[in-house]
Design a protein around this ligand. Structure first.
Ligand code: PLP
Length: 433
């Protein structure tokens, strides 16, 4: 099955230059083992192509943004039309106004929108806005939850030595030690422990942030509802980080899909159509802290960013949402994901490989060696080495994916799915203990 062609001198030369000029030979997102490394030359539809003539079925999707497929003709046309009108103005532009209107019409919690350039910036501002509005400093987040790289967010995402809840561990060097004391870490899907922590600290908490589906782990019945109830009770802003789930779980995001409405939500990835754009959306009363008029109440949050709401990115986002909004678009993503999930589960069973396929259809993967994964600590019990081998053999068979995630797009065809199932069959045999 393994079909990958050997690297050409051209790709080797780019990799050698990357090793010289980029720390870790990478732009920072993916660090390949030397024998796996590749440089992507172009991407179209469901495929990416490297400099050695290899074609890969792409389930990395640029880490999620390319939900309708790479270089979608409608996005390319929309961007081509505006690109000669200038790249950025700093002043408000009409594409950003239209995109804000579309987000408000789609997303249950959204009355108003502020644009930024990345998901990390969106969560950084959402946390700041919550603290400014509530006039309290501490943040509640969940162990294993990822909200980007800002200092409050990069806490207990992948801790190796586990502390008692709610103690936080910074995941990065360079984060001021004092911030660990400002973040209360709770166990995802454990409403009882989370409620007890919020009850004990409610008067110090500025906001609670959660990925409604944490990485690929779905919420257990009642978890998001309970979180909504306890935060409403103490009037603590609840933030859904919908950078992944926005416009993907359903057009109104995970909040629409799970039927729980937060106070604020962050969006990124799909909303920018593959261009650098992200957003904070939420209730008007809270979003008003971005308005200089709120200076009088002492709650003003300056939300300035040179490229915030960039007109080309906003145009690409609007074109992407137009495609996603059409009947059948998101349904197709779910149908493709569900077929892959069930075939994956069938293969595990047939081959008697212990493991479980976890996630919702647009975003899922396997955990080897375990029967159930409901939180970060469960995920630590999985067989990571086998996962590494599986991913290696998928890549060698022409399937590109993230370390612990298949992202499904609208562009994946029935033929792509058949080929992927063949690759899974082969990679599982090779990866077996
Ligand atoms: C849930 C979630 N929030 C925030 C971010 C950060 O987004 P960005 O990489 O655009 O800064 C990510 C990125 O993967 C994410 O998955």
């Amino acid at each position: 099955m393994a079909s990958r062609k050997p690297r050409t001198a051209e790709e080797d030369a780019i990799l050698a230059k990357a090793a010289k000029y980029l720390p870790g030979a990478s732009t920072g997102n993916v660090y390949y083992k030397a024998e796996e490394a590749l440089i992507i030359k172009e991407a179209r539809g469901s495929k990416v192509f490297d400099y050695s003539g290899n074609e890969y079925i792409d389930y990395l999707l640029g880490s999620g943004p390319m939900l309708i497929g790479h270089a979608h003709p409608e996005v390319v046309a929309a961007v081509s039309e505006v690109i000669s009108l200038g790249s950025t103005y700093f002043s408000t532009n009409s594409a950003a106004v239209d995109l804000a209107e579309e987000i408000v019409s789609a997303v249950p919690c959204a009355d108003m929108v502020r644009f930024v350039s990345s998901g990390s910036e969106a969560t950084y501002f959402a946390l700041k806005v919550a603290r400014a509005y509530r006039k309290r400093d501490k943040i509640v987040k969940f162990e294993g939850g990822y909200h980007g790289t800002n200092d409050y967010a990069l806490m207990s995402v992948t801790p190796t030595s586990l502390k008692d809840f709610p103690q936080a561990t910074a995941d990065s060097a360079g984060i001021p030690k004092v911030l660990e004391g400002e973040v209360l870490v709770c166990p995802y899907n454990d409403l009882e422990t989370t409620t007890a922590i919020i009850e004990k600290h409610h008067d110090e908490i500025g906001g609670v942030i959660v990925e409604p589906c944490q990485r690929i782990i779905p919420p257990m019945p009642g978890f998001l509802e309970g979180l909504r109830e306890i935060t409403s009770h103490y009037q603590i802003p609840l933030i859904f980080d919908e950078v992944v789930t926005g416009f993907r779980w359903s057009y109104g995001g995970a909040q629409e899909y799970y039927g729980v409405t937060p106070d604020l939500a962050t969006f990124g990835k799909a909303v920018g159509g593959g261009y650098p754009l992200a957003a904070i959306a939420g209730r008007e009363e809270i979003m008003r802290v971005f308005d200089p008029a709120s200076k009088e109440e002492g709650s003003f949050v300056p939300g300035v960013g040179t490229l915030s709401g960039n007109p080309i990115a906003a145009t690409a986002g609007l074109a992407t949402l137009r495609v996603l909004k059409r009947e059948g678009s998101i349904e197709k993503i779910w149908a493709t994901g569900n077929r892959l999930k069930s075939e994956f589960t069938r293969l595990l069973k047939e081959k008697e490989i212990p493991g479980v396929v976890v996630g919702e259809a647009p975003c899922f993967d396997v955990y080897f060696g375990v029967e159930e994964v409901n939180d970060y600590r469960d995920s630590l019990k999985a067989n990571d080495e086998m996962m590494g081998r599986f991913n290696h053999h998928m890549l060698e068979s022409g399937v590109l994916k993230g370390g612990q995630k298949f992202y499904i797009s609208m562009a994946h065809s029935a033929e792509d799915v058949d080929k992927t199932i063949e690759a899974m069959d082969y990679a599982l045999d090779q990866a077996k203990d």
